[in-house]
Design a protein around this ligand. Structure first.
Ligand code: FE
Length: 241
């Protein structure tokens, strides 16, 4: 297991917190990390503009909600799903992805804000990975789009670290005791993406069909890739912790 730039000293202004939490990790310390949010100025400006546009009758709030939902569950995560499917079918790409995710993901043209330093963590039969931002809602926009509401909730952010197995159970994922659970705390600097296990019975599927099995939750680590017989992963069921 690799420790990730964990600082044991706490410099409250420049605490490098790109570490992952073991479940026995002492989490009582003050993070004090240097996030640019919340709420960021752009976020406030967007909110102000939205209020104004709705108030003036230029757009309606329901349409905006539908648009946001589309970016959360369908459009955004399609990029990440293509990356995962490529890693499943191309061993060289998988190696590049695990060695330097930012560069490997940029091969697809997915880069930019909130994806400048990507790390991909791989699920195996022995290890499950779970991504959280304990402080706020850091999330890899270029590959997953917008974060779902539950990802930003205080309940998920605290419980993911304190009781990751309980959170996974709430999402319908039973983790056998012999499987290790690693929790990765996203930061303003590092964003994580989970490479889920390729489901059995998918040997005959091409990359595009495989991508259709990969939903947002699987790439956050709170779910698995769908099996071919299951419902498409484009709009995974919303489960709240
Ligand atoms: Fe954050």
């Amino acid at each position: 297991m690799s420790e990730h730039d964990h600082d044991d000293h706490h410099d409250h202004d420049h605490h490098d917190h790109g570490h992952h939490h073991d479940h026995d990790h002492d989490h009582g310390h003050d993070h004090g990390h240097d996030h640019q949010h919340p709420p960021s100025e752009p976020a406030l400006r967007v909110k102000a503009l939205e209020s104004l546009l709705v108030e003036k009758g230029v757009v309606d709030a329901a349409a905006l909600d539908a648009l946001v939902d589309a970016y959360e569950t369908r459009i955004g995560p399609r990029n990440g799903a293509r990356v995962v499917a490529k890693a499943w079918t191309d061993p060289d790409y998988r190696r590049r992805l695990l060695a330097d995710a930012t560069a490997a993901i940029a091969e697809f043209g997915y880069s930019g804000a909130q994806g400048e330093h990507m790390v991909v963590v791989e699920n195996t039969p022995a290890v499950r990975n779970l991504v959280v931002c304990t402080l706020c809602s850091c999330y890899p926009w270029p590959v997953l789009g917008l974060p779902p509401v539950w990802y930003k909730s205080a309940a998920y952010r605290s419980r993911a670290v304190i009781d990751p197995r309980g959170v996974l159970a709430d999402f319908g994922v039973a983790v056998p005791p012999e499987v290790e659970v690693r929790v990765w705390d996203s930061t303003a600097e590092i964003r994580y993406l989970v490479l889920p296990e390729r489901p059995p019975g998918t040997e005959h599927l091409n990359e595009e069909a495989l991508a259709g099995l990969v939903g947002r939750n699987a790439m956050i680590g709170v779910g698995d890739a769908a099996r071919p017989s299951e419902a498409p992963a484009e709009a995974p069921a919303e489960v709240r912790p």
